[in-house]
Design a protein around this ligand. Structure first.
Ligand code: B3K
Ligand code: ZN
Length: 871
């Protein structure tokens, strides 16, 4: 492998900064290609750190224009500038540094630092974007109070925003004007934000629990002004919820949200000035799906909750990222569960974990929730740090119980307010508040990999005694050969044949050893085990539950998550069986009992949302993890066989429920109405299964498309059509584009549905769409919708035996790496599990990875991922 100059950063090397900063005054003179930044920073020596005769300030892609220290210019031997930093030699104990730099927002396609989106200026500083604006100590444990003055052309930038309160504004010469902002809360540089441009806003107010009135504003382009109400309503709900559930009140006089079209992720929690990907702000019934609405509600809440879990209490270093992200995801999951359906939310959380996080944990990118090293920190904004991190907090909640957990949170917020701390600090606060010993629990932060629980049951008919033996194992992961046993909370119940009348109450087991046994005497009959209720721990479970038991739990488990999980497990079993049959080149025949269980489940549609979930088959990316050697083509056929059997066998049921759910009145986005739509559209998807869809189903689908009642139904119809090779499909897609060509977020859906089509010509079409006028490699949403959807979510087509999918991905990664390395690196995920695939495919994937890494001038982002994959 080639040597590169990409440096690895280790957690063990953390040292406090030798200098700290009290205040930063920034002056921006905005101009698209030549923005001047004057930063006046007050530095002082950190008494807690060792003496040091040089101070290195982070800075990249900056043109240094001028530098003075305490108003005097610096001699050449007093400082040095490199591509990554500016070093000051023998700086005094305390000094004011004034640095003038020039940057080019217009050419910033990496979307990190200050850049332009849709003609407006916006910033993204987490994790290390601030150093692309000016020289500074760009690390989360250096907190400063910021004052920001922005100057720009009045026509180009009527609106100019930064963190905190507006202190001053006024006119300047040459049709320019300025605003000046002060944020009274000291914050790390990653929370700095600037927005300027031609924006319109809606506003509202929120009265906090202590009676303070907060001004709330959502800024968007004028053409989108009608699409902000839902985001505003979500913000108010989140603010109320955080007060009620955590006693957390907002701490500035205003809260601003800005939507931009070009954004590397979902949103950013900058203090008092959140910047959002417009996907998570804009919504109207005509243009947004139910999924969009829940996404907006969840992300708005997530960023708001960061104000306490992230901003008031922040991370000491980037290895502690889960301190804020895991905790905040847990909080947004709790919020969404309270706003919608608890069980459906939990299923959603667990699906992300099983489909993506377990796969990450089983591959070359596996890392602990608190990583030990990185080359590019942006590669560690992962499902492990975020979603497994949230599960770790959830386990604490389960172990401590609601009341003690809240006491622990109160202690944490109070003790660390205004500080930059570690994951250990968080757990210690929980331990102190609860009086529990959580030392073993901390292994969840340091050990990577998904533990596997093997469960064996025994029933003693004479003694009427039931026993449970549980062993835990965790496979080796990169750099971690042997693991210590985890502290795992497992909620179980022993269901009796009439669970409504007896049995069914939960017990919490706390596993701490490699092997543990539990005995339950005095039962009337052999129970059916409901294990890991509500998914109390991020583990895989191996348990030999019979088809009868799974069917019984599908109908009767009184833990709704587990009721769904029984259906999920049963589907996994059946698809696996079909896969094995097809691998032997025999004729598949789907189990009748399975289909009957589904039919029973379908007829009990009182909780439509939950029924819809139970009717959703496991994804191919999840199933891949269950197989020793993956033949994607066979896997795809196996899933299709099962789908087809259900479609044919239950056709009349699907038709009936479709009709029942359809006729339920006015459009609304209540959880109930969304649930009905999801069940209806699940039925439609089954009715439209390729090879078995009949004319009547196609007619139903086309009618639903043509009615254009709401985007959820339109997309469901279009998605169902996308897999059929017929002229109606072509017509619908071109009709859809013509209607929505001016709405970029809707065009994203159009791109993504085409990329997800299971038709054989999909890659060809994707390549064609890359040249479409609506596509752009510079817009992350477009890249994710087209390239990301195809490579990550269209398993069968991406893994086509020709290897063309792999070639396509490698080409795109290399092209994108020159434009936006963060986005390029993210695209690589589907190649990272290449070792699981059948040798022929594995070799082709490996070749593409080799081709990428042998390229000159790769970014640290792409280099790190490919190198880990090939290691
Ligand atoms: N904290 C940001 C993510 C920043 C990603 C930098 N590569 C959004 C969030 O988690 O809320
Ligand atoms: Zn976050």
């Amino acid at each position: 492998m080639k040597k590169t100059d990409h440096r690895t950063v280790y957690r063990k090397d953390y040292r406090p900064s030798s200098y700290l900063i009290s205040t930063i005054h920034l002056l921006f003179r905005l101009s698209p290609e030549k923005t001047t930044v004057v930063a006046t920073t007050e530095f002082y020596r950190n008494a807690a750190a060792g003496k040091c005769n040089r101070l290195s300030l982070d800075g990249e892609f900056l043109k240094l224009i001028d530098i003075t220290m305490d108003a005097a210019s610096l001699d050449d031997e007093m400082f040095a500038v490199s591509a990554k930093d500016l070093t000051l030699y023998n700086p005094p104990e305390k000094f004011t540094l004034k640095v003038t730099t020039e940057i080019n927002p217009q050419s910033n396609t990496a979307l990190s630092g200050l850049y332009r989106s849709g003609g407006n200026y916006c910033s993204q500083c987490e994790a290390e974007g601030y150093r692309r604006i000016t020289y500074s100590l760009d690390r989360p444990d250096v907190l400063a109070s910021f004052t920001t003055r922005i100057e720009a052309d009045r026509d180009e930038c009527p609106v100019m925003l930064s963190n905190g309160n507006l202190m001053e504004q006024g006119r300047l010469e040459n049709n320019r004007h300025y605003t000046s902002w002060h944020d009274p809360h000291p914050k790390p540089s990653y929370l700095f934000a600037l927005v300027a441009g031609d924006l319109s806003s809606i506003q509202d107010h929120f009265l906090t629990q202590s009676g303070k009135e907060i001004l709330l504003q959502v800024f968007v382009e004028l053409k989108n002004i009608e699409k902000c109400e839902f985001a505003m309503a979500s913000l108010k709900k989140a603010m109320r919820w955080d007060e009620e559930q955590y006693g957390r009140e907002y701490d500035l006089d205003n809260y601003m949200i800005v939507a931009v079209d070009d954004f590397n992720m979902g949103a950013m929690e900058n203090k008092g000035l959140n910047i959002f990907n417009s996907k998570y702000v804009l919504a109207s019934p005509e243009s947004a799906t139910d999924q969009d609405y829940t996404g907006i509600e969840g992300v708005i809440a997530h960023e708001y909750f960061h104000n306490w879990s992230g901003n008031r209490v922040t991370c000491r270093d980037w290895f502690q990222l889960s301190l804020k992200e895991g905790l905040t995801v847990f909080r947004d999951q709790q919020f969404s569960a309270a706003m919608n359906s608890r069980a459906v939310q939990r299923i959603h959380d667990v699906n992300i974990l099983r489909n993506s996080q377990f796969r990450e944990d089983a591959g070359p990118m596996a890392h602990p929730v608190r990583p030990d090293s990185y080359v590019e920190i942006n590669n560690f904004y992962t499902v492990t740090v975020y979603n497994k991190g949230a599960e770790v907090v959830r386990m604490l909640h389960t172990i401590l119980g609601k009341k003690k957990f809240r006491q622990g949170m109160d202690l944490y917020f109070c003790r660390y307010d205004g500080k930059a701390v570690t994951c250990d600090d968080f757990v210690d606060a929980m331990a102190e508040a609860s009086g529990l010993n959580l030392e073993q629990f901390k292994l969840w932060y340091s050990q990577s990999g998904t533990p596997v629980l093997e469960v064996t049951e025994e029933w003693n008919e004479d003694k009427k005694e039931y026993s449970l033996k549980i062993t835990q194992k965790c496979d080796p992961t990169p750099g971690q050969q042997d693991k210590m046993p985890f502290h795992i909370p497992v909620e179980i119940a022993l269901l009796q044949s009439q669970p409504e009348h007896d049995g069914g109450e939960s017990h919490l087991l706390e596993l701490r050893d490699r092997e543990q046994e539990y005995i339950f005497p005095g039962l009337r009959e052999k129970p059916v085990l409901s294990f890991l209720r509500n998914f109390t721990a991020p583990v895989q479970v191996k348990i030999a539950q019979s088809r009868e038991e799974l069917c019984f739990r599908m109908a009767h488990d009184n833990d709704l998550f587990n009721r769904w999980d029984a259906a999920f497990q049963l589907s996994v079993q059946i698809i696996r069986e079909t896969y094995d049959i097809l691998s032997r080149e025999e004729k598949p025949c789907v189990n009748k009992r399975y289909m009957d269980a589904f039919s029973i489940c379908l007829r009990d549609y009182t909780d439509a949302a939950l029924t819809a979930q139970a009717l959703t088959l496991p994804t191919e990316s999840y199933l891949v993890q269950q197989l020793e050697v993956v033949e994607p083509e066979v896997l795809h056929r196996a899933v299709n066989e099962v789908k087809k059997s259900l479609a044919v066998h239950l056709r009349e049921d699907f038709r009936k429920i479709y009709t029942v759910c359809k006729g339920t009145g006015e459009y609304s986005i209540s959880p109930l109405a969304m649930g009905r739509r999801s069940l209806k559209n699940r039925c439609l998807a089954f009715l439209m299964t390729p090879d078995v869809a009949d004319q009547e189903s196609i007619r139903t689908c086309l009618e639903q498309y043509q009615r254009q009642e709401n985007m959820t139904d339109v997309i469901a119809a279009l998605s169902a059509l996308s897999h059929l090779d017929c002229s109606e499909r072509e017509d619908a897609f071109s009709d859809f584009y013509n209607k929505w060509r001016d709405d970029s977020l809707v065009v994203d859906k159009w791109l993504s549905l085409q990329a997800l089509s299971s038709l054989p010509g999909t890659l060809k079409n994707v390549r064609k769409l890359m040249n479409h006028q609506s596509f752009s490699l510079e817009n992350p949403n477009k890249v994710r919708s087209l390239i990301g959807s195809f490579c990550s979510l269209n398993h069968a087509r991406f893994h086509d035996h020709s290897g063309d999918g792999y070639k396509f991905l490698a080409e795109q990664v290399l092209q994108l790496d020159r434009i936006n390395p963060q986005i390029a690196a993210r695209l690589l995920t589907p190649l990272s599990s290449y070792r699981r695939y059948t040798p022929r495919l594995k070799v082709m994937m490996e070749e593409e990875l080799q081709a990428i890494i042998s390229h000159e001038g790769l970014s640290a982002d792409v280099y790190e991922i490919v190198e880990r994959c090939l290691d």
